[in-house]
Design a protein. Sequence first.
Length: 127
Amino acid sequence: MMGNPKELLYAKTHEWVEMLDETTAKIGLTDFAQHALGDIVFVNLPEVGDEVTVGATLADVESVKAVSDIYSPVSGIVKEINEELLDNPGLINADPYGAWLFIIEAVSEKEELLGAGEYEAFCEEEE
């Protein structure tokens, strides 16, 4: 398993968060999540302009094992989605930290996001 990039923040629901500036966040699924899911075959992303709330479901991914909800680690408004994933969801498996899902702007709330070390410790408890 690849290590978790140190500059990112992590949610306990296995999303990574890269703060692009004070109020804009790029979000994707962690290596732990894609590994647990198996081969991802479909991604359902939110609409640009959707308002999202910390902890609420805003997307889902379908793998060969199951459909899994993706929760928003921040509150804000969907600025952009990664449309490339709609045609090629397997990119999440190939490069979980390169294959971002969506960008949220006007971030008003960040739930208790974890640093890389804290997240790694959390994942070890989950296994």
